[in-house]
Design a binder for this molecule. Structure first.
Ligand SMILES: [Mn+2]
Length: 332
């Protein structure tokens, strides 16, 4: 797919200060996109800041040794948003995913550019480049950077792009691990990045508390539809008992999907009282973003999510019937 980067390039060159952001509970792709763009802009002598609605997940700390990623605190930062004259939103398909910062930015009328790879991206922006064939948003950012100034790409930028690629393809295992994914990866290796080291940072640095919680989850998975559906809940109480943090539970739903016979795994996570994050993972026969969309969520065909304002029980009662139905109707 050919992308038209020209409008972005001209906006970039006339911008004074740029705000870079991504979705709530940022993942490697959102953070990788921000970090790659930030360091690229720095080299172009264009000022930018990275501000996110959510806290920064510890496993990506190696990408940001200078600690440039900030968490949005409305009381402190709201007035300051006026200073920005251009916004980049990465890896976000819908406005509900931008959290409190997105709500506040909407009041500001600052020109906004979205770079994303979610199918049916419905975010309202001044300019968008959306390509659902792109294995990760960082691949699109990489393409933009190459278009403007390939000579500015260095190890740090390459590493950030690689992290998005690695995490969104499940370490090159998912169906989006296509030719493009491997082609970009091999180009990035020219910058002396170390895939083995990056893997260790992201996937082999879990806290004992997180793994303890995963153990509890594994004991409490509910199986339905002949084991094709596997779902589990994590309450605030479960988190407290395990001593684990909210931002440490990334990957649980993928892990449960890896069980033999499971086609769809679903996590119901109590983020706070009456706010349940629901994550779906599918092995590829059941399209799950359609289920998520029924409740105001969305995502990729085989990895999607939504938020329900209800109790854990309420959320399971609401969402599970649709999941059971989708599994019954699945293609063989
Ligand atoms: Mn992504």
């Amino acid at each position: 797919m050919q992308h038209n980067w020209k409008p972005i390039i001209s906006q970039l060159k006339s911008a004074g200060k740029i705000l870079l952001t991504t979705h709530v509970n940022p993942d490697g792709d959102g953070i990788g996109s921000e970090i790659a763009m930030y360091h690229f802009l720095l080299k172009m002598n264009i000022g930018s800041e990275i501000i996110n609605s959510s806290a920064f997940p510890e496993e990506y700390a190696f990408l940001d040794p200078e600690k440039v990623i900030q968490q949005y605190i409305p009381e402190r930062d709201f007035q300051r948003l006026k200073e920005f004259d251009l916004i980049f939103i990465f890896d976000v398909g819908g406005i509900t995913r931008t959290g409190i910062l997105g709500d506040d930015l909407a009041k500001m009328k600052i020109p906004c550019i979205c770079i994303d790879h979610h199918p049916e991206n419905h975010i309202v922006c001044d300019y968008k480049v959306v390509d659902d064939k792109a294995p990760a948003t960082t691949c699109l950012v990489y393409e933009l950077i190459k278009e403007i100034g390939i000579e500015h790409i260095d190890k740090q930028i390459a590493e950030a792009v690689y992290v998005g690629l690695m995490t969104d393809t499940g370490s090159f295992r998912f169906e989006n691990a296509n030719k493009k994914a491997f082609r970009v990866a091999s180009e990035l290796l020219e910058y002396d990045i170390r895939p083995d080291e990056i893997f260790k940072h992201v996937y082999e640095s879990y806290s004992r508390q997180r793994m303890g919680l995963l153990g509890t989850v594994l004991q409490s998975v509910h199986y339905e539809n002949d084991g094709k559906l596997a779902w589990f809940t994590i309450s605030q109480d479960d988190l407290k008992k395990a001593g684990a943090q909210l931002d440490e539970i990334g990957g649980f739903t993928d892990f449960i999907r890896s069980i033999k016979g499971v086609e769809v795994s679903i996590m119901f996570l109590e983020v706070e009282s009456k706010k349940i994050r629901v994550n779906f993972r599918s092995k590829g026969k059941v399209v799950v973003n359609q289920i998520a969309r029924k409740f105001g969520g969305g995502g990729h065909f085989f990895a999607a999510g939504l938020t329900v304002e209800d109790t854990l029980d309420g959320a399971t009662l609401l969402v599970l019937p649709e999941a059971r139905k989708a599994i019954k109707q699945k293609k063989e």
